[in-house]
Ligand binder design. Sequence first.
Ligand SMILES: [Ca+2]
Ligand SMILES: [Ca+2]
Ligand SMILES: [Ca+2]
Length: 220
Amino acid sequence: MGKTGTSLRSALHSIIRNQTKLSYDQVWTALKDTDQDPNNANNVILLYTGRSQSKSSNGGGVDDWNREHVWAKSHGDFGTTTGPGTDVHHLRPTDVSVNSTRGNKDFDYGGTQIAEAPGNYTDSDSFEPRNAVKGDVARMIMYMAIRYEGTDGWPNLEMNNSVNNGTAPYHGRMSVLLQWNQMDPPDAFEKRRNQVIYDRWQGNRNPFVDHPEWATAIWG
Ligand SMILES: [Ca+2]
Ligand SMILES: [Ca+2]
Ligand SMILES: [Ca+2]
């Protein structure tokens, strides 16, 4: 409390860095808990489509759900071994074919609406999630930037203002993500998710879900 800029960044990093680390297989079980439909305990809510779908319909079919890396795992090339690739603060259930449409694109406005996921748009170099999850996406990216500082064998992940980051450990577009954080504040679902990850899975929190205003205190 009372810090800004690099001193806030470094304080938050110290608090969140020693989480319990999951295997990629454990992520399936964790997501069934963290993303449970509040109105149907048999289902999860899929991030981009908003669809409520059976927890047991995970898999590889085009309308199954799978594990979306919101911070695209190719950005820093960290894969799915235990580490950033299994950190459920940025992993969400998504429709398999919509996940594939998102691919490893950076986030930005614009493009053509995705028929299966109304309100989500994509073009050749970026993906725009629906309004209800724009802030969720932004805060997941911000968490990754602060949790991973290059101090524990993983790349130093950072936001930037590009949309063609490829395999560099960067994710864009920062100016847009900062806007989305303000447009879509944390709701009950996102706050519960943060608490469940803290209580039952990783023992650490996404500080930007607790304090969205810390985004501007760090990145302006
Ligand atoms: Ca589909
Ligand atoms: Ca939201
Ligand atoms: Ca970082």
